[in-house]
Design a protein around this ligand. Structure first.
Ligand code: TRP
Length: 454
């Protein structure tokens, strides 16, 4: 029986490949759907500003720590945290909590991904002369019963199938070529939206902060988004770090990923908000914001429906990359530890995600719309419990493991790979992981839950 560590493991072929793959997990619905939607419902620029600070002070150090621990151990998340501190197996809990997060996130993520796939076909039909896309299109879809459930099932079968047959490499390659096209299309949206009459109010909303809007819940939402956005706090990035070649420099890779990912979010915001204001819509439009705004922007262009279709196709591809990275965490563990065959592990994981996913999807419509747990419907509850509770808690634990418990020589050796001598940022990252990051996360959590009033 081979020990997990003795198994042959894949790795990314180059530093650039590692950057692209890591970015592939980070970029997803978080940028084009969640960032605009949360910015809109949390008051705009003040939220954006706290989000940017959270990426810099919390997200970046935790990302570096995850990549570092992953590469040091070269193991799946549970085993990585269970072995990284000599004699302290309990840290495997980070990996366990990560599995729960993966299930909760996938439950609502696949609902949204289902909307994206549905929009590919709806926009395609509109391009071929069918009915156009309006606000009713979205409310009918998301608020329905069988239609969103069917799309969600389709999305899960697709993602689990990719994982089962281990063809995620192909998907990664596809994502890498299609992502730049999505970026170009976002810039086209930006230009179109920014040149609409009245667009400037949207830029104002996005970038001129009203500091009075920063509240405990805004801070918590911004913190949660920075974890969700960079796929942190549950072992995804640890797993990716375990594939990182020894030539890759950890801190610059993390910094580039955080920067590029944030740019994509801002580009999405710069398309959505100017258009929302120009068309007299509601910035706090909730989860439907993306789906209602993009078709409107393109409707002001020649070939609009075709571009709308293309946009949702590219978005769909981006969601596959993110979903695969979420499925991989439990599947890798079931395969390496449970000695399960990949297809079995993928079916089991996908099935569990669908069971929770049904609750999330139906809570958007009539069937479970009135069921509230802790004042939230299932969709919001799963999102809140993962992004705003489990991932930040995971982040604190990861920062403490990397900052305090990991042997100094291991910490320094990993950070120094790719450099001739110890890089200057070793001490800075260490100080962040020991003090700044965990204290900030804890303060925002306690403040957000009313335990502490800052
Ligand atoms: N970061 C992805 C997005 O923005 C979602 C995602 C993928 C994720 N893997 C994750 C979120 C792991 C949290 C943890 O769409």
């Amino acid at each position: 029986m081979p020990k997990p560590s003795a198994m042959k493991r894949d790795h990314f072929s180059s530093g650039l490949g590692a950057f692209a793959a890591t970015l592939g997990s980070a970029v997803g619905l978080g940028n084009i759907w969640k960032f605009p939607y949360l910015t809109g419902s949390n008051g705009g620029a003040a939220f954006v500003l706290t989000y940017l600070l959270s990426v810099a002070l919390v997200g970046l150090p935790v990302l570096a720590a995850e990549l570092l621990i992953g590469r040091r151990t070269r193991l799946n998340a549970v085993h990585a945290y269970g072995t990284v501190v000599k004699g302290q197996k309990t840290w495997a809990l980070i990996g366990w909590a990560g599995m729960i997060s993966a299930l909760l996130i996938m439950a609502f993520y696949t609902d949204v991904a289902g909307w994206v796939f549905a929009y590919v076909f709806k926009a395609g039909a509109a391009a071929l002369g069918g009915p156009g896309l309006g606000p009713d299109t979205f409310s009918a879809l998301a608020g329905g019963t069988w239609e969103p459930l069917a799309w969600q099932a389709g999305v899960l079968v697709l993602a689990s199938g990719i994982i089962a047959f281990g063809v995620s490499r192909g998907i990664e390659r596809a994502t890498k070529t299609l992502m730049p096209i999505l970026l170009v299309l976002l810039v086209v949206c930006d230009i179109r939206a920014l040149t609409l009459p009245g667009a400037f109010a949207g830029v104002d909303f996005l970038f001129r902060p009203d500091f009075g809007k920063i509240s405990a819940s805004v801070l918590l939402a911004a913190l949660g988004l920075s974890f969700f956005k960079l796929s942190l706090g549950m072992g995804t990035m640890t797993t990716y770090g375990s594939y990182l070649p020894d030539t890759a420099r950890i801190a610059p890779t993390a910094a580039r990923v955080a920067l590029a990912d944030t740019l994509v979010s801002l580009l999405a915001g710069l398309a959505i908000f100017p258009a929302v204001f120009a068309f007299g819509g509601q910035p706090a439009g909730g989860p439907g914001l993306l789906f209602n705004t993009i078709p409107l922007i393109f409707s002001k262009m020649a070939g609009g429906p075709v571009f709308t279709t293309l946009f949702f196709i590219l978005a769909a591809v981006a969601t596959i990359g993110a979903m695969v990275s979420l499925l991989e965490v439990p599947v890798a563990w079931l395969v390496e530890k449970g000695k399960m065959r990949r297809p079995v592990a993928a079916c089991l994981t996908g099935g569990a995600m669908y069971a929770l996913g049904i609750l999330a999807t139906l809570s958007q419509g009539r069937v479970l719309g009135d069921v509230k747990v802790l004042g939230k419907n299932f969709f919001d509850l799963f999102d809140f419990a993962s992004s705003n509770v489990l991932l930040p808690l995971g982040g604190i634990a990861i920062a403490l493991v990397a900052g305090w418990l990991l042997a100094r020589k291991d910490f320094e050796a990993e950070l120094g790979k790719g450099y001739g001598k110890r890089p200057w940022h070793t001490a800075v990252l260490s100080a962040f992981l020991r003090f700044v990051t965990p204290v900030l996360v804890l303060a925002i959590l306690l403040n957000g839950f009313g335990v502490l009033r800052l």
